[in-house]
Design a protein around this ligand. Structure first.
Ligand code: ZN
Length: 415
């Protein structure tokens, strides 16, 4: 038996095998625990983990206690046999406790897909309050931690799910788990998106998340958008974060939560922040080392500028970035895969018949920030973040369409 591939430290001290009605201890090995060759179908491996041992382990705040509830990323405790296949998993929990994880359920247990053991996922257990909501392209299971209840966050999550789905319209709904950790002292909500064994998102929800306003609190729109995209390797954060960051602004406009000017202000402000910190490394290198260098602004907003360049490139060919997103959304629903940005773009551009990698590749090799000003000029986005105005221009009609609700209807019709 081996720990999760992303496990920061194997914390299990012993493991038992139940085979032919008898229970035996598994012997520890260098990498994990040895399963006897007699073990096979129908046998059950059991292990227990004192929750107190998980407190504060690994990345900060990924295993945290909220009252009687625990936020638990699966990589901290999930184990699997060396030859892994789809595996049933049952929690044995104290009375009154339940578990929420993003994996498929069958009967009273979870049925873990193989990728649940390789990729991260978030979940929770305790005296959880959970609620199911259907919104946009999602069937959401919402689990709140501690004293929080899902109720006060429902408007916000529903509006976020609808906004995030606008670019992908028409696909069958996707099941996802949102674990909400209340952080009323935080100024802004903040989260992560995971693809392991299903879709899950961890959101530290600020007070702003209880107002229902996605105009001021964009975190859930952003994370849920990630969940609709294919899973892309971390080194290509410019791609997954870029498209997501671009659409986080555009779709909140399209959903009516931001005015057009607010949408373009958010993008211009981001481009400015990104360009102020660019210059040390080519974008691809910066993207690979983003977490060590904390070069989030540079990577996220460079990617968002590339997304805007793609938007114009696709519009020139009579297509739209939404069409690219629907294509990517379709790939995301195929068998689980970890993609490189290049493989995804090359596949999608062949399907769409519009060259897109040729826009991204030179930008990835450059140390300077993406030259976004010519894009804004064509769209009639004038000035800088201190003094922004929207004007008549060659592509002003495109600019207006991007944030108009009506664009969705026409794009859905051409499917
Ligand atoms: Zn993100």
């Amino acid at each position: 038996m081996l720990p999760h591939e992303a496990a920061p430290a194997p914390l299990v001290e012993s493991m038992q095998l139940r085979h032919a009605g008898e229970t035996s201890q598994l012997q520890r090995t260098e990498r994990g625990f040895a399963l006897p060759s007699s073990a096979g179908a129908g046998d059950c491996v059991s292990y227990s983990l004192p929750l107190a041992k998980l407190r504060g382990v690994g990345a900060p705040n990924r295993t945290q206690q909220y009252g009687k509830d625990w936020l638990l990323c699966a990589d901290y405790w999930l184990w699997h046999p060396e030859r892994v296949s789809e595996l049933p998993l049952t929690f044995v929990l104290p009375r009154g406790f339940t578990a929420s994880f993003p994996w498929p359920k069958r009967g009273g247990h979870y049925l873990l897909p193989v990728d649940a053991h390789h990729w991260k996922s978030v979940g929770a257990l305790g005296e959880l309050h959970t609620q199911h909501v259907s919104a946009g392209g999602f069937q959401l299971e919402i689990a709140t931690l501690g004293d929080a209840r899902p109720g006060p966050y429902l408007d916000w999550l529903t509006a976020s799910a609808r906004a995030a789905s606008l670019a992908f319209a028409g696909e069958p709904t996707l099941s996802a788990l949102v674990v909400l950790a209340p952080e009323p002292a935080r100024e802004d909500s903040f989260g992560f998106a995971f693809h392991g064994g299903g879709r899950s998102s961890l959101i530290w929800a600020a007070k702003s998340a209880t107002t229902g306003d996605i105009g001021t609190d964009w975190a859930a729109t952003h994370e849920l958008f990630h969940l609709l995209m294919p899973y892309v390797r971390l080194e290509d954060a410019w791609f997954s974060e870029g498209l997501t960051t671009y659409y986080t602004a555009i779709l909140r406009g399209r959903a009516g939560a931001l005015t057009d000017k607010e949408v373009w202000w958010e993008l211009v402000d981001g481009f400015e922040r990104g360009s102020h910190v660019a210059g040390d490394l080519p974008l691809q290198r910066e993207s690979e080392q983003m977490h060590e260098h904390h070069s989030y602004w540079r990577v996220y907003w460079s990617g968002a500028a590339i997304a805007l360049a793609w938007e114009l490139q696709l519009a020139r060919a009579g297509k739209s970035l939404d069409q690219l997103m629907r294509t990517l959304g379709r790939y995301a629903r195929e068998a689980p895969a970890l993609w490189t940005a290049e493989d995804l773009i090359i596949r999608a551009e062949k399907e769409l018949g519009v060259s897109l990698w040729s826009v991204a590749r030179p930008a990835l090799e450059r140390k300077a920030f993406f030259d976004y000003q010519p894009l804004l000029d064509q769209l009639g986005v004038h000035g800088d973040s201190r003094n922004l105005s929207l004007r008549e221009a060659k592509l002003a009609a495109l600019r207006q369409r991007l944030t108009q609700h009506a664009v969705q209807a026409s794009l859905t019709a051409d499917r």
